[in-house]
Design a protein. Sequence first.
Length: 118
Amino acid sequence: QVQLVESGGGLVQAGGSLRLSCTASGRTFSSRTMGWFRQAPGKERAFVGGSRWSGGTYYADSVKGRFTISRDNAKNTVYLQMNSLKPEDTAVYYCAATSALLNDYNYWGQGTQVTVSS
């Protein structure tokens, strides 16, 4: 079982930046693909980006060039750096993890609120 704890959400003005963190329990972090998702009010949860356990990152088109995912395997932590934030980025952001060496996201954090004011 993996527990994920997000932090770093808050209120920011449009054009500003925030960095979210997600720390995972357990000893197999480096073998897991880590992802970020978000859910805006009245909308379904949407993929934001991911960091593959094998290397490399991938992003939704809506955040490419503005958001960057990085990870520190020694700290069991994945980060989401969000720049040039827009009001439409307002959502609850969730961290997710796959099972070791697999591709399906099976573990989820509790979410952290990001609000971007115009």
